[in-house]
Design a protein around this ligand. Structure first.
Ligand code: ADP
Ligand code: MG
Length: 623
């Protein structure tokens, strides 16, 4: 028998296929099953156009036959088969559809190292097999042919025996190595799990002989093993079914089967798009944060299918980071099966799908705010931080998509509110959206700086997470209203006249205080915003006191300092004592100034420089 050489190009290509396209060996099964399914499809289409033929569904199936003794795995189909010429063309010339050329072009242009879609799937058989035998008989033909190859050095074609049309692909598995156990592809459970993982939604039944045991007839405790043929795949994917026929439970089961999470999803989004690009998708909004969600370990992405066959378990490109919590699948017949990760990143179809999906998620979340507030609040507890990061990330590039989705705790409502809700009930004379930063709602409630804003009847948003103020700085304003920290120098509601007057009256005293604090504050001034409290700190400039705390709590911090202003309540009793001390007793004055300054630091949640001195100062006061 003459051994034919693969065409030169093919040889190279085969090498590439075997060694570099597929990092994951197990996909060989997906490829061969997909080919088998295509072969059955071809008969099906034939019967559609030829009324003398009938497609009897029961006759068409794919079967996996592992053989331990021979160490072979056979993939059998009852599809259209191949003639001798087709064998030669389809399996002898790799990527005859011009893919090598395609690959070369792309490699030159973009440095892709991988081929897209064109006719290489079959050769993935050599990822696990050292010898492949294809026994095939074409539909309507009378002779069977056998194609055999050990891989790179060529193939033979000869006449063979086969009863009915269709194809058997017989893989002789490679020898096991230290790292790799090829025997596992003979294992019933492994095969089952691979079918479930990659080929669950192939339209035709994929059968496997399952070993089972049963009570022997007539016996009460003796068992016998027997073989039963089982269909492993579920055939019709959930996302191809009609939404109207599906219940919440169907979706929840799917979420669970797919191991998207152990929680019950808060919402599912089921879309079928037909148009320039067609796809189906089912997505879920989970309730709980995965334990690794806010770590580097977490990988976002949706499962990507091409016509029901899994291409990729986590296609990152389909989700923006800020919606990284969404779980689900996308299936499109417009994507090719063995498209590589690198190629996908540039795929225009995929980009279009991703954009579409992003909008769907956004709309769904917005409608939850209106129509299912309870669910949204649960969701926000788990993933609100992610949304706020999203506002901040990429220099605010996505803030417009997210600004309606973020919420903060409100002094007025005592619950989470959206920015839109805040704006809608704002009194007409209110200039800013006020917020206060602090460790917790309780702490913020006690902040001296909130007094005046609250007295005015204005609502304050409480910022208790690190990211909050950074995100809002990125947002700058919402519906043309700027954000204003209650600790900022100028709240826009102070009694300016009163303040100016007090500042002038106490000019010397304030200079004295500033000197006594030797550079710790940038300014000392009278404040009309204080009622109960004698002093507070505010910040001038871009960096707030809260941001200073956050930045300095990071490793490698550069010890940034906000520009602090010591604000003094000139209407407070303590102020009189201070004034008296200033004119009569310098030591006492210094003592009072330090005490008040440290008090202000403590109320801000900042640490005082010298706690021992502070304690001693208090003792002095009590003597
Ligand atoms: P692709 O599936 O992308 O065309 P493959 O390398 O997987 O590329 O297969 C090459 C060709 O071999 C197929 O297009 C098909 O014509 C033929 N072929 C492969 N497997 C079978 C099969 N089980 N039955 C009939 N034809 C097959
Ligand atoms: Mg194929």
């Amino acid at each position: 028998m003459e051994k034919k050489q693969f065409k030169a190009e093919s040889k190279r290509l085969l090498d590439i296929v075997i060694n570099s396209i597929y990092t994951n060996r197990e996909i060989f099964l997906r490829e061969l099953i997909s080919n088998a399914s295509d072969a059955i499809d071809k008969i099906y289409y034939k019967t559609l156009s030829d009324s003398s033929l009938i497609f009897n569904k029961g006759d068409y199936f794919i079967k996996l036959i592992p053989n331990m003794e021979e160490r072979t795995l056979t993939i059998r189909d009852t599809g259209i088969g191949m003639t001798e010429a087709e064998l030669e063309e389809n399996l002898g010339v790799i990527a005859k559809s011009g893919s090598l050329q395609f690959k070369n072009e792309n490699e030159l242009k973009d440095g892709y190292d991988i081929i897209g879609q064109f006719g290489v799937g079959f050769y993935s058989a050599f990822l696990v097999a050292d010898h492949v035998k294809v026994i095939t008989k074409a539909f309507g033909g009378d002779k069977a042919f056998v194609w055999e190859s050990d891989g790179v050095d060529g193939y033979t074609i000869s006449e063979g025996e086969k009863d009915s049309f269709g194809t058997d692909i017989v893989l002789h598995l490679k020898e096991n190595t230290e790292d790799e156990n090829f025997d596992e592809y003979l294992n019933e459970y492994k095969l089952r799990s691979l079918i479930k993982k990659y080929s669950d939604f192939i339209r035709y039944p994929i059968k496997l002989d399952a070993k089972k045991s049963r009570l022997k007839e007539g016996s009460e405790d003796e068992y016998e093993e027997y073989i039963e043929e089982e269909i492993i795949n579920s055939m019709v994917p959930l996302w191809r079914k009609n939404k109207k026929e599906l219940t919440d439970e169907d979706y929840n089961n799917f979420y669970f089967e797919k191991r998207f999470g152990f929680d019950k999803p808060l919402k599912h989004i089921h879309i079928s798009v037909d148009g320039m690009i067609s796809y189906n998708s089912i997505m879920f909004i989970p309730e709980n944060t995965p334990y690794d969600y806010y770590t580097k370990e977490y990988k976002k992405g949706l499962e990507l299918y091409s016509n029901g066959v899994l291409i990729m378990e986590k296609c990152e490109e389909l989700l923006p980071d800020y919606f990284g919590f969404v779980k689900g699948i996308v299936d499109s017949q417009d994507l090719s099966l063995n498209i590589s990760r690198e190629l996908l990143q540039h795929d225009r179809q995929l980009k279009r799908i991703a954009k579409n999906i992003k909008n769907k998620i956004k709309n769904e979340l917005e409608s939850m705010i209106k129509n299912d507030r309870e669910a949204y609040e649960k969701f926000y507890k788990s993933f609100g931080r992610q949304l706020k990061y999203g506002v901040y990330d990429d220099f605010g590039a996505n803030k417009d998509d997210l600004k309606d989705l973020i919420m903060f705790y409100s002094s007025k409502e005592k619950k989470m509110v959206t920015l839109n809700e805040y704006i809608e009930r704002m009194p007409e004379d209110q200039k800013y959206i006020y917020y206060a930063s602090g460790e917790s709602n309780d702490r913020i409630e006690k902040m001296p700086q909130t007094e005046m804003v609250l007295d005015k009847g204005y609502e304050i948003l409480y910022f208790t997470e690190d990211i909050d103020e950074f995100a809002i700085k990125m947002l700058q304003s919402y519906k043309e209203k700027e954000f204003k920290s209650v600790s900022a120098g100028d709240l826009g509601i102070e009694n300016k006249e009163e303040e100016t007057k007090a500042n002038e009256e106490n000019k010397d005293l304030f200079t004295g205080i500033k000197e006594a604090l030797s550079g710790k504050v940038k300014e000392v001034k009278a404040s009309s915003r204080l009622k109960k409290y004698p002093v507070c700190l505010s910040a001038e400039g871009e960096l707030s006191i809260e941001m200073e705390k956050i930045l300095n709590s990071m490793p490698n911090n550069e010890g940034v300092k906000s520009e602090k202003v010591l604000e003094i309540n000139t209407g407070h009793e303590v102020f009189n004592s201070l004034k008296n001390a200033y004119s009569s007793d310098k030591d006492k004055f210094n003592l009072y100034v330090n005490l008040l300054y440290n008090q202000a630091l403590l109320m801000e949640g900042l640490s005082i420089e010298d706690p021992t001195e502070f304690a001693n100062d208090i003792c002095k006061l009590m003597k």
